[in-house]
Structure formats: structure tokens, C-alpha cells
Ligand binder design. Sequence first.
Ligand SMILES: CCCCCCCCCCCCCCCC(=O)SCCNC(=O)CCNC(=O)[C@H](O)C(C)(C)COP(=O)(O)OP(=O)(O)OC[C@H]1O[C@@H](n2cnc3c(N)ncnc32)[C@H](O)[C@@H]1OP(=O)(O)O
Length: 201
Amino acid sequence: MNEVDSGSGTPDAVEVAADAVRRLTAAILESRVRGVATPDVSEKISVLADRLEAVAAHPRECVTGKIGTHEGALQRSPVSGPKNPVAIPLRFEQCDDGSSLAHTEFPRQYQGPPGLVHGGVSGLVLDVAMAVANSAAGRAGVTAEMTLRYLRPTPLYTEVTVRGRHVRVEGRKTWSQGTLEVDGETTVVCDGLFITKELAL
Ligand SMILES: CCCCCCCCCCCCCCCC(=O)SCCNC(=O)CCNC(=O)[C@H](O)C(C)(C)COP(=O)(O)OP(=O)(O)OC[C@H]1O[C@@H](n2cnc3c(N)ncnc32)[C@H](O)[C@@H]1OP(=O)(O)O
């Protein structure tokens, strides 16, 4: 089993900052924070945001490369990216049979119904799990269709196993399947159709 490249091993300053923002996001959502989120704390956070925004490149300058191949795609991904503060982040491994595998716990910021993972977030994660398996099979492409079946609730702060596998191909079409599992039980199944396409971004 190989870890799919989603980080350098030793976190760099951006990864450390992204992780701190992730913790901040979860903490801001906690009701207990209301008492300490004084104007002073809020102002400090806003000052930092202003400072970084002032030196950040325009978003359009950041987008480079081709889908499935460009360096850092997984590092900046909204699912697996250690450099992306909105990412969980998930560390995918590629199994010997080509499927993708990751283990995670979803924190508060991914909540849908109380205590449960938002269904759209499950879809987001499974899209990437399938895309990683497709890329490993040399079938990078874009998502054309996803059908999600929510079989059981997926709880927050509980270990969730994420799997993606490549099912079959026909011309430019690739069918794949992804699952979320908790305690060995499948909570969400996603069937996806991907169309092979190189994106010149
Ligand atoms: C070692 C491992 C390292 C891995 C390291 C890298 C990992 C890297 C991970 C990155 C993870 C990012 C994963 C994000 C994945 C997204 O989020 S992609 C973003 C969401 N998707 C999109 O934006 C797609 C938008 N749609 C489009 O661009 C176009 O509609 C499409 C899908 C490309 C199709 O357009 P097209 O190229 O003109 O193709 P077209 O000729 O219309 O159709 C081709 C065939 O597909 C069929 N088709 C097209 N659309 C559909 C549809 N919606 N439903 C059913 N059939 C369809 C057509 O009927 C046609 O079938 P045939 O006639 O050939 O039988």
C-alpha cells in the first residue's frame, strides 16, 4: 500500500497555518466559544486575515497545471490538502488492487444534521476518493455524474473509512464507486461516472 502524495511529511509553514485555521474554525463553531469571542479576539483574527490577504496572489494566478497530474493538486485539494484550511484533511493510500483508502474523523465544521456528517460533504469526499482511484488507473478525468445512497447516518468525531474504486471503462467513460464505512458498516455508497479529459487551466 502506498501513500498518495498529499504532503511533504514535515509540515511547512503553510501547512501549520492551515492546520491552525482548521482548529480555529472548529473552535469558532463551538457554542462555548461565544463567551471568549470578544471583539478583541475577533479583531486579532481579522487583522491576521487582512495581513495575509494583502500579500496573497490573486486567486487566478494560483491555478496551474493539468488535472490528475499537476503538482500539488492533492496538497491544495478541499478534501485532502494539508495546505487547504477547509480540507479535513484526508490522507489517501493506494491499495495493491488500485483502490484508494483513507481513514478520518469529521469534525464539527462538516456537520449537517446534529452530530452527523453533512451529506454534501460525504459526496465531496467520495468524489475525490474515486478520482484518486481513477488517476491511479491512468483514467484522470472530470466527474459527470454521481449517485449517492445514504444508507445510515455518518457520525462526527468517529473513525470513518473512505474507499474509492475504479469499476469499468468504455471509451472516455469511467465508472467508479466510493463508500464511507463506520464500524465495518457502509453508511454511504456513491456511484460515479467520470469522463476522461485533460484540463488546460
Ligand atoms: C498514484 C495516484 C495519484 C493520484 C494523484 C492525482 C489525484 C487527483 C485527484 C484530483 C481530485 C479532483 C477530483 C475532482 C473532480 C471534480 O470535481 S470535476 C468537476 C465537476 N465536473 C465538471 O466540472 C464537469 C463539467 N462537464 C464537462 O466538462 C463536460 O460536460 C464533460 C463531462 C467533460 C463532457 O463533455 P464532452 O467532453 O464534450 O463529452 P461529450 O462528447 O459530451 O460526452 C462524452 C460521453 O460522455 C457522456 N456524458 C457526458 N456527460 C454525461 C453525464 N453528465 N451523464 C452521463 N453521460 C455523460 C456522453 O453521453 C458521451 O457518451 P458517448 O456518446 O461517448 O457514449
